[in-house]
Design a protein around this ligand. Structure first.
Ligand SMILES: [Zn+2]
Ligand SMILES: [Zn+2]
Length: 430
């Protein structure tokens, strides 16, 4: 039909002309799938046509044969401006299609469109959905087979979406069988998809390598079955445990965004180092890191001693504890806050305290340092490090054990004039 191809190709003038002649066209659908003009415009990212149709009071939630909405189409194809426009026009984010019982959030996660995911989540957070349904219930919404958006993103190798969903409260150990019933977890599906990045994200959030699916398999077995050797090596219950974020409920949940991003990077970097060791003995090697680390080596000599972390004497202070103002590096902050094992019995431990003065940590922020030209801007985590290569996090945290020795050096820099509290209770070594 002429009008549909004009919509598909974004020929606004023709579509307007055709609608002048025959206003009923806005309600016409394709013969078999019963796509409306709005569906076709959403799938093809034709934002002008969507705006024009919505201005003519077309219902944003028109359904096709499979009960899919234009919003699902826009989310599936990653057409972010169309997603925004449809939501502004009141499109319902809580519609389920009749194929797999999926929502627009499932579509965005499954097809790997992080921006669309963010916009939909924001809409859920600020709309009646949060009130009537509950935001975290929406984040963990299940399709007809029990899969949450996190399951789909993990299976489809979409680490960015995995990250966003976890950050917004997706349950890392959700089972497709429903609460308390055996089923696949997102880690099982990441193992099936074979994405190292997704596997790493999930493990860092405390995904359980020993949880069994409905057939009694752990993720390791699933990865082996699908011949994803590198994933299997990380999922092998006998390989080293990754570092895991502390319970998000504890205090990272309300962490300053900038500091949080820095700590997340440090944690991923630390886990990558561990992975190198795990994979060393196998035939698999990691792809080279996304950011060039070698380029940073030019900066290594630039850390002045006043910026140096007084715990490890290795990295620059990048994190400041408030309210006391003591500073340390991101790696040492993680060692302070992270548990080596996801363990529900330690999750309720008292919040960590400042290692220097033992006052409670009100907030962690990115440390401001004075640079050569004294502009006082924040330094980024990768810059200003004394040595980058061959430091693993386990080495970093083992330097905690030597804290008393470090303290006796008397090299506690400003503002670390207080003694370092050496008790091991704040480092979870269990
Ligand atoms: Zn340090
Ligand atoms: Zn302090």
């Amino acid at each position: 039909m002429r009008s549909f191809s004009a919509v598909e190709f974004g020929d606004l003038a023709s579509v307007e002309m055709l609608l002048e002649r025959d206003p009923v066209l806005v309600r016409k659908t394709t013969v078999f799938d019963r796509h409306s003009a709005l569906h076709i415009a959403a799938a093809n990212g034709r934002i002008e046509i969507i705006s024009m149709l919505l201005d003519r009071s077309v219902n944003p939630d028109l359904l096709n044969r499979h009960k899919q909405t234009p919003l699902m189409f826009a989310a599936m194809h990653g057409n972010i401006s169309c997603v925004r426009k449809l939501i502004q026009a009141g499109a319902n984010i809580l519609m389920f299609d009749s194929i797999h019982g999926r929502t627009c959030l499932h579509y965005a996660a499954c097809y790997g469109h992080p921006e669309c995911l963010q916009v939909i989540l924001f809409a859920a957070y600020t709309s009646h959905v949060a009130v009537s349904w509950g935001f975290s219930r929406f984040v963990n919404i299940r399709d007809g087979k029990g899969a949450t958006p996190l399951h789909l993103a993990a299976h489809q190798r979409q680490p960015e979406c995995v990250h966003i969903l976890l950050d917004k409260g997706a349950l890392v150990c959700a089972s497709t069988g429903g609460y308390g019933f055996p089923g696949s977890t997102p880690l099982h599906l990441a193992a099936r998809g074979g994405s190292l990045d997704c596997t790493r994200e999930l493990l860092a959030w405390g995904a359980d390598r020993l949880q069994k699916d409905a057939s009694g398999r752990i993720p390791y077995t699933v990865a082996l079955k699908h011949k994803h050797g590198a994933c299997a090596a990380l999922l092998n219950p006998s390989s080293a445990e990754p570092l895991v974020w502390p319970s998000p409920l504890k205090f990272i949940g309300e962490l300053n965004q900038e500091a949080k991003a820095m700590l997340e990077r440090a944690l991923m970097e630390a886990n990558r180092e561990r992975e190198k060791n795990i994979l060393k003995g196998t035939a698999y090697s990691l792809p080279s890191p996304s950011h060039s680390e070698d380029a940073m080596d030019d900066n290594v000599s630039e850390i002045s001693d006043t910026n140096l972390c007084c715990i490890c004497f290795d990295q620059a202070c990048t994190i400041e504890v408030q309210d006391c103002g003591h500073q340390m590096c991101a790696q040492c902050t993680l060692a302070l806050c992270c548990h080596n094992k996801p363990n529900p019995t330690t999750a309720s431990l008292a919040a960590p305290v400042c290692p220097f003065c033992r006052s409670s940590i009100a907030q962690l922020v990115v440390a401001k340092v004075k640079t050569e030209n004294d502009t006082g801007h924040a330094i980024s985590s990768s810059k200003l490090r004394r040595s980058r290569k061959s430091r693993t996090f386990s080495e970093g945290s083992s330097s905690f054990k030597g804290l008393s020795a470090v303290g006796s050096f008397g090299r506690i820099g400003d503002p670390g004039s207080g003694r370092i509290a050496v008790e091991n209770e704040w480092v979870d070594k269990a």
